[in-house]
Design a protein around this ligand. Structure first.
Ligand code: SF4
Length: 81
């Protein structure tokens, strides 16, 4: 089953852990806050299957639970910012 992900930038503390766990998924904005590189952090693009393991590692490793993962697409989160 496909996975979808976005980062809640309101709670992200820019610790950098997710980028170490999943460098192919996460990147950082100019403030160091994480965002999903695959789909501009919208939560609407399916994560490629071969990246799902690192996605789940990053989700588990996030100290603020800012990495939101679901089996169905999120509504476009970036549009709400
Ligand atoms: S692990 Fe969590 S708190 Fe740390 S940069 Fe990534 S999303 Fe932000």
């Amino acid at each position: 089953m496909s996975k979808f992900v976005f980062v809640d930038k309101d709670t992200c503390i820019a610790c950098g852990a997710c980028g170490e766990d999943a460098p192919n998924i996460f990147e950082y904005d100019e403030e160091g806050l994480s965002e999903v590189a695959l789909d501009n952090n919208t939560g609407t693009g399916a994560v490629p299957e071969d990246l799902e393991e690192e996605l789940l590692d990053a989700e588990e490793g996030c100290p603020t639970e800012s990495i939101k993962v679901a089996d169905t697409p999120f509504q476009n989160k970036a549009a709400n910012e």
